[in-house]
Design a protein. Sequence first.
Length: 135
Amino acid sequence: QGWIMALLTDLKTLLEDEGITTTIPRGRLPDDPDDVIAIQTFAGTPSRLHGVDYIPADERLDVQVTIRALYQGQAETIARAVFDAIQFRNRTLDSGRRYHYVRAPQYPAYIGVDDRDRHIVGFTAEVRRWRDADV
């Protein structure tokens, strides 16, 4: 469980480093503020790479990225920027954790409006992190 919060922190920091200035909470979409990018995890596919004693060589999770804004165009613009910024291959992030990749297999999709008429756009990303006892 500890690496899940570390992953969300890594992705939040990555987006901030890429110039994304919208509020980025880790976890569910909060009620406020109106403009927000929420990132949370859900189960990914099991590792197909195994090392000694059949221990998985990497850790896999999927991430749900949900963007909300007052206007549909604004939500879609933020979503495209996040979509472009969050994807990479073979990179060590500021935390020192090594990631094989983060990729979003589909473009952001418009979901609709919430009970306060704020527009929501979302997409998922696959995260693969090299298992490393040091970080």
